[in-house]
Design a protein around this ligand. Structure first.
Ligand SMILES: Nc1ncnc2c1ncn2[C@@H]1O[C@H](COP(=O)(O)OP(=O)(O)OP(=O)(O)O)[C@@H](O)[C@H]1O
Ligand SMILES: [Mg+2]
Length: 390
């Protein structure tokens, strides 16, 4: 005996709840929907950052269609009510539908916890859908939405777990290197001290350098945590940028003793001040200079330049180093992102933290880089006042 429609809906829905990957879930939902209403093509579109993203389509051609802002897809998503479209009769429709000889189209909202998460659409080349078809798809929609949400959460969880594992392996590696060096020097110092022999000052310098490295790592980790939990506190005051740059340069020279840093001051006698957090701005320029030094030849020059551009004070940090590849560029401000072939020390947190701090100062940061030639980072900060020096 043929199953009645409700039994069919029930059978289809059960399939969504199996333990499947998101891709398999989308495919199953599309194929079951097509079966239930006798459709030829089905697609799932999900809302991501206020835009529709086609999660899956059984047709590669229709899979390319981008929903119009005020089109039927958006209206179903917003109203949470299904729509049946008689494509042949519609003037204002995507030409791809006509080309594929689509006769009729049903769009059903996908709703999770009372909130639209996207739409499911089924098309037919043969028949005109009737309200009963829409009702059937509406019956499977809640379980389909639940299955999609479950798959999305599983994906997010596995991404988070991967990020955690990457973090643990990177952090332990980065912490281990300075600790091993500190341990080695401490042993040497102990032997010398026990024999009352003089200590080599270079060892103490190296020890201090490693301690600075450890301090930087721990500071970065603390800051990332505070940024992510929104707990990074700022102490706002009126600041002379020269003080910040001087401190940053002397800080970097303790780490990279013989580096040549050229300061080009184009502020003439105007001495713009900004409103900012002194310590955090030092961190910004220390980190930028650290990158410039770390990713360039020790013999090459690092240029620090200040310019006034309309209402902004622009500070450029320029190096003649290895540059950043085009594939790395879009990701360098992400947390824990290190360049693809980067084997230098670091957690990939510097630029992430810098960007957050600059944004907090209502500033902007941009990068220009050419592989093999060098990198320039521009930090733009809004000018607060002028303390002209005459
Ligand atoms: N001046 C530069 N020249 C070449 N590559 C750079 C430069 N600045 C940043 N990068 C690239 O961008 C990536 C991210 O930089 P970021 O400062 O965030 O991390 P990091 O230097 O690797 O580690 P951390 O700053 O946490 O010690 C780097 O790993 C590197 O590949
Ligand atoms: Mg860095």
């Amino acid at each position: 005996m043929a199953a009645n429609p409700l039994e069919k809906v029930y059978d289809s829905s059960l399939k969504f709840l199996a333990s499947l990957s998101s891709e398999e879930i989308y495919r199953t939902i599309c194929h079951e929907s097509m079966k239930l209403v006798d459709g030829d093509i089905a697609s799932i579109l999900l809302m991501e950052n206020r835009r529709f993203k086609r999660a899956y389509s059984t047709s590669s051609i229709l899979g390319q269609i981008k929903p119009r802002r005020k089109g039927n897809t958006y209206s179903v998503y917003k109203s949470k009510r299904p729509k049946i479209l008689n494509v042949a009769k519609m003037g204002n429709i995507h030409p791809e539908l006509i080309k594929e000889r689509i006769k009729s189209d049903i769009i059903v909202p996908l709703i999770y916890k009372n909130k639209s998460i996207g739409i499911l659409t089924v098309q037919s080349k043969q028949k005109l859908f009737i309200p009963r078809d829409a009702r059937i798809l509406l019956l499977i929609s809640p379980l389909a939405s639940l299955a999609i949400r479950k798959a999305q959460l599983t994906d997010e969880l596995s991404k988070a777990l991967k990020a955690r594992d990457l973090f643990i392996s990177m952090a332990s590696h980065e912490l281990k290197t300075p600790i091993t060096t500190v341990y080695t020097y401490m042993q040497l110092i102990k032997i010398k001290a026990s024999k009352k022999e003089p200590l080599n000052i270079d060892w103490i310098d190296n020890l201090l350098n490693e301690m600075v490295r450890l301090y930087k790592l721990i500071d970065e980790l603390l800051h990332v945590n505070q940024i992510k939990t929104g707990k990074l506190k700022y102490n706002w005051e009126e600041i002379d940028i020269n003080d910040i740059l001087k401190k940053s340069v002397s800080g970097i020279l303790t780490r990279y003793k013989d580096r040549k840093i050229v300061f080009q001051n184009n502020l003439n006698n105007e001495n713009p001040t900004i409103i900012g957090d002194f310590e955090k701005l030092i961190e910004v320029f220390l980190n930028l200079l650290d990158n410039a030094a770390k990713y360039s030849d020790p013999e090459s020059v690092i240029i620090l330049e200040t310019i006034i551009e309309k209402k902004y004070l622009v500070i450029a940090v320029r190096d003649e180093g290895q540059g950043i590849s085009e594939s790395d560029l879009p990701q360098i401000f992400d947390d824990f992102y290190k360049g693809e072939n980067n084997i230098k020390s670091g957690l990939g947190l510097g630029l992430f933290i810098i960007k957050k701090i600059v944004n907090e100062h209502k500033g902007k940061i941009s990068v220009k880089s050419e592989v093999g030639k060098g990198t320039t980072i521009h930090v733009k900060l809004p000018i607060y006042n002028y303390n002209a020096r005459h």
